[in-house]
Design a protein around this ligand. Structure first.
Ligand code: GLC
Length: 560
């Protein structure tokens, strides 16, 4: 599967399984590990290299498992450690690698260490593992600083001391049920190295590192700047994100994973700007991958796409790393819906609810297919999110009473949150819960439109989104696109993204038409795969892969 000169992860396609919503073997409405095991053949058919599974550890599930109470056990709702061992054994047997999620920035407030901290007095060793501080103001009733939780509200919660009196405050960059660890404490470092070993010893092929840019905070916890523009300001200008100290942690973890055989990897979830700062996470002695969220947020406009791809490739080249490409995950609006809303840089990731303008599903799917076909031709590794291979749209009509994401509650229902991309996936249109389980129970309601998009309705159907993904993944592998070199093609006009990828002695031309008018391909062109319906015409929002190099003079380009 890999060799010393070309490790598997340099061009891998990794599929994200969100365990709550992929497959539910016990029928309780929440997916589980035996469910994942039973559906692994789907990933083999699809043609991915690995799966990454979002957290399945013991957790009160206040943030869908990103609130871990015990890092070394499986939550009974998802199964047992024995179920995990069966899953990994089966995955490896099928030639799939398996990556697990590591949540090191914070634990659940149910974690034994946090419970001990609450019971112990201020200044105690138990409190030192988290970030407890006295409040400001004469009575200490103001939070220690002005930091805000990512889910809304203050990032500090005040506790009652053992005697019932109002006490210290603790920091939580997310929900109040997710207290941040103090990563300057050696015990935290030692504990996480031990947790890494626990899962490496069980055979995992790597870790996706949650909130990788948040573990180290600026000393003294100064106030955050009043004015901060997410779209332009460097992430590190805020005292809780992208601080230099995080890199020491990755260096030590890299040494640790490298001490195991089999090319195990680290992938950083780091929402960091600019690209050069993000590239520091993938220096040779740090992580192997870092999600390219700048690309995910790039508007579906040819100039933006070209600029984003160019910037992304340059940034990683400077450190000798590979770039990753991603369009959807469990935190953002699915790209089959996101690409149908107005393409400004600010409106691309927040949730969409019943009171918002409803996206044009047909336009969204067409663009999503074109965007995926563009993405899977790019050099580097790619991450897919469950259900995108079916063209699933976001569930935008979830009623308030169905919502579970803490963002919804912490923002006073102002931000509908991320439930819309987390709805259980459809497997067989005519079965209960579209085949998610046998009982029909689902922790979030599935929209009716998921039925016709079920796997069994698309498998073997020429032109279906599922078959398009399978073709893209087969061709990508056969033609070595992930290991290729990208060269831009000129002359196709400002609204066409046009490039060739040369690899393994073969050249592939990729054209993504984001113009309103169709392109007409020359009669002799060999179409390898298209996101559209016809081999000759490339209508708006369509991507095609062609064998060999095509020059603009061979193509009818309107207006050029
Ligand atoms: C990451 C996860 C997200 C979670 C947050 C807090 O961003 O992807 O789902 O809510 O961290 O752990």
């Amino acid at each position: 599967m890999s060799s010393a000169t070309s490790p598997w992860w340099r061009d891998a396609v990794i599929y994200q399984v969100y365990p709550r919503s992929w497959a539910d073997a016990d029928g309780d409405g929440l997916g589980d590990l035996p469910g994942i095991t039973s559906r692994l053949p789907h990933l083999v058919e699809l043609g991915v290299d690995a799966l990454w599974i979002s957290p399945f550890y013991r957790s009160p599930q206040r943030d869908a498992g990103y609130d871990v109470a015990d890092y070394r056990d499986v939550d009974p709702r998802f199964g047992t450690l024995a179920d995990f061992d069966v899953l990994i054994e089966r995955a490896h047997h099928l030639g799939l690698r398996l990556i697990v999620d590591l949540v090191p920035n914070h634990s659940s407030s149910d974690h034994a260490w946090f419970q001990q901290a609450l019971a112990a007095p201020p200044g105690s060793p138990e409190r030192a593992r988290y970030i407890f501080r006295d409040g400001r103001g004469p009575d200490g009733d103001q939070p220690p600083n002005n930091w805000r939780s990512k889910f809304g509200g203050s990032a500090w919660t005040r506790i009652k001391e053992a005697d019932g009196a109002p006490g210290q405050w603790y920091l939580h960059l997310f929900d109040e049920s997710q207290p941040d660890f103090d990563w300057s404490h050696p015990e935290i470092r030692a504990e996480f190295e031990d947790i890494l070993r626990f899962w490496l010893d069980r055979g995992v092929d790597g870790f996706r590192i949650d909130v990788a840019h948040g573990m180290v905070k600026t000393e003294g916890y100064p106030d955050a700047p009043e004015k901060y523009d997410l779209a332009v300001d460097p992430t590190a200008s805020q005292p809780m994100w992208d601080q230099p100290g995080v890199h020491d942690i990755f260096r030590s973890w890299r040494r640790l994973v490298d001490s195991y055989d089999g090319d195990r990897i680290l992938c950083a979830e780091a929402w960091v700007r600019p690209d050069e700062a993000l590239a520091r996470y993938v220096r040779p002695d740090e992580c192997h991958h870092s999600f390219n969220f700048g690309y995910l947020m790039t508007p579906w406009r040819a100039t933006d796409q070209r600029a984003s791809i160019t910037r992304s490739l340059e940034a990683v080249r400077s450190v000798g790393a590979v770039q990753t490409w991603v369009l959807s995950n469990h935190d953002v609006v699915r790209h089959a819906t996101r690409l149908a809303v107005p393409q400004s840089t600010t409106s691309l990731v927040g949730g969409i609810g019943p009171d918002d303008p409803q996206p044009d599903a047909e336009l969204g799917l067409r663009r999503a297919r074109a965007a995926t076909a563009l993405m899977l031709a790019l050099p580097g590794a790619a991450y897919l999110y469950q259900g995108e291979e079916l063209g699933l749209p976001e569930a935008t009509m979830l009623p308030p009473e169905a919502r579970q994401d803490p963002t919804f509650w912490r923002s006073d229902e102002g931000d509908v949150g991320r439930d819309g991309c987390r709805v259980p996936v459809p497997w067989e249109a005519d079965r209960p819960a579209f085949g998610f389980n046998e009982t029909g129970a689902t922790w979030l309601p599935q929209p009716e439109v998921y039925g016709p998009l079920a796997v069994d309705r698309q498998r073997g159907v020429p032109g279906s989104t599922l078959e398009m993904y399978r073709s893209l993944l087969t061709l990508r592998r056969d033609r070595g696109l992930g290991r290729g070199e990208l060269r831009w093609l000129d002359g196709f006009g400002p609204d066409v993204v046009a490039f060739v990828v040369a690899s393994a002695g073969r050249t592939t031309t990729v054209l993504a038409n984001i113009a309103r008018t169709p392109l007409v391909l020359p009669a002799g062109a060999t179409v390898l795969v298209t996101s559209g319906a016809s081999d000759r015409e490339l209508p708006a929002d369509t991507t095609v892969w062609l064998d060999g190099e095509l020059s603009a003079s061979q193509v009818h380009v309107p207006g050029v």
